[in-house]
Design a protein around this ligand. Structure first.
Ligand code: APR
Length: 170
């Protein structure tokens, strides 16, 4: 598995699947979630609504992942996952690790061979980037997955540097 950290916009990635930093409602939000729905178009929301009406009546649990169409995005699928809100009182690293492991498991079920991740939970959900980068890269690197390429797509240079350092990228 090739793993890289790049500056960029998750909505512009030409990969099989992009991972969305969603919330449990699956009905959109700001940040990555807002960008994916805005760029991907209504098909994505319609597909999310079907999930809510079907397998996920109470929403998507933290740490779980589910795929929908990618609508107008260059990717084929969006894999929605719900990161943990950071807590200084409670260790939620397993939930953040689960977002990455479950996203790769869903990618495998789709036959996706290239996956782009944002820095899940490090925006609105307040997870310190240093900790999130270590959890994300370790989980991806140790996953038993057929995915060949994982790209962390990061919105700012500091976050990119931290992920690149975890990967051992220069
Ligand atoms: N491409 C790549 N990265 C992005 C983009 C983008 N278009 N937009 C934002 N980011 C970065 C942020 O700078 C942050 O580093 O993605 C990281 C995750 O930030 P959020 O999108 O806020 O995600 P998260 O912290 O997981 O919070 C999820 O925010 O948008 C709502 O509906 C969402 O309730 C959910 C919560």
């Amino acid at each position: 598995m090739r793993i890289a950290a790049e500056r960029g916009d998750i909505t512009e990635q030409h990969v099989d699947a992009v991972v969305n930093a969603a919330n449990s409602t699956l009905l959109g939000g700001g940040g990555v979630d807002g960008a994916i729905h805005r760029s991907g178009g209504r098909e994505i929301l319609d597909s999310c609504r079907e999930l809510r009406a079907g397998d996920y009546p109470d929403g998507l649990p933290v740490g779980a992942a589910v795929a929908t169409t990618a609508g107008r995005l260059p990717a084929h699928w969006v894999i929605h996952t719900v990161g943990p809100v950071y807590s200084s009182a409670e260790d939620r690293s397993n939930s953040l690790a689960s977002c990455h492991g479950e996203a790769l498991r869903v990618a495998d079920s789709l036959g996706a061979r290239s996956v782009a991740f944002p820095a899940i939970s490090t925006g609105v959900y307040g997870y310190p980037v240093e900790e999130a980068a270590e959890i994300a890269v370790r989980t991806v690197r140790t996953a038993d997955s057929a995915v060949e390429t994982v790209r962390f797509v990061l919105f700012d240079e500091r976050t990119r540097e931290l992920f690149a350092a975890e990967i051992g990228q220069d």
